[in-house]
Write a new protein. Structure first.
Length: 112
């Protein structure tokens, strides 16, 4: 059996290579901002990717009707991906967050 290798395929993988990362339990208890998302949000996300009623029922165990206006960027999640973004195009992405920590100021940054 071969060891799991890191990104460079040279050294043995660490927890950071395969997704475990470092968790600070004190920060996990007090997340600050929470992205309230319900199951229908995830199902609509799958609809936006083209999942059909049969496939969606495997996730929800009941029939689900897709929202007609939902796009993949509408999922209320901290990260996003913007398909087919060109240099001269713009896009607005909205997120709903709830502050469950101490009052503070949060600033979003876009790199690219």
């Amino acid at each position: 059996m071969h060891p799991i290798l890191g990104f460079t395929k040279v050294n043995r993988a660490t927890p950071f290579d395969y997704g475990a990362g470092h968790v600070n339990p004190n920060n996990a208890i007090g997340p600050g901002l929470v992205y309230d998302t319900i199951i229908n949000d995830y199902l609509n996300f799958l609809c936006a990717w083209g999942y059909n009623h049969t496939q969606l029922k495997k996730f929800s165990n009941k029939p689900f009707v897709c929202a007609k206006s939902f796009t993949i960027t509408d999922l209320n999640y901290p990260s996003t991906s913007i398909p087919k973004l060109t240099i001269n195009s713009g896009v607005t992405i909205n997120r709903r967050v709830k502050n469950v920590g101490s009052p503070g100021t949060y600033v979003a940054h876009v790199n690219g």
